[in-house]
Design a protein around this ligand. Structure first.
Ligand code: ZN
Length: 168
């Protein structure tokens, strides 16, 4: 399990992904638990830009559009921000899955400092400040030392399950 890639087409950091990390480590945050135990998805992913993509992410419009247009990421597209990015559907998703708000910072940062430096910075950012264990989007307590991580990121660590109604 070495060929992981944490870069993505939209600007989300796959290294903090509940699904990918659960697949890697066996440790599920509440989002990964919901996706596997309640939704019945197989938690299997090597990252957005690999051929082993979580089945729900394989349907992502932004991802498929970037692949078709052969752009490294959405923001590099001549049509950005397009109707997919500005759609009500996407605004609704952003509201219900607050971890996606990290994308808005990430796309600007990637433009400014480059993807390699961004990946380095993200790797540090998503580690417990006390024991350096990786944590994920909806981690509220460090899986190793128990540190409270509820407030460590500037978005709510709760998601709205209704967004997934009827998709499986
Ligand atoms: Zn810790």
């Amino acid at each position: 399990m070495s060929n992981f890639n944490y870069d993505s087409y939209c600007g989300i950091y796959c290294g903090a992904c509940s699904i990918l990390r659960a697949y890697q480590t066996g440790i599920k945050d509440k989002f990964a638990s919901f996706m596997s135990d309640e939704m019945g998805f197989e938690l299997r992913c090597h990252g957005c830009k690999t051929d082993t993509v979580f089945e729900n992410c394989a349907n992502c419009k932004a991802r498929n559009c970037s692949i078709n247009k052969k752009v490294e990421r959405c923001i590099d597209c001549s049509n950005f921000p397009c109707d997919i990015v500005n759609s009500d559907e996407l605004k609704n998703i952003l509201d219900k899955l607050p971890h996606l708000k990290t994308i808005l910072n990430n796309i600007g940062t990637i433009k400014n400092i480059g993807v390699n430096k961004w990946l380095e910075d993200q790797d540090k950012k998503w580690k417990c400040p006390d024991c350096q264990t990786n944590f994920t989007w909806y981690t509220t307590k460090c899986s190793k030392c128990g540190k409270d991580l509820e407030k460590i990121m500037d978005y709510e660590k709760t998601f709205d399950k209704s967004i997934f109604e009827g998709i499986k």
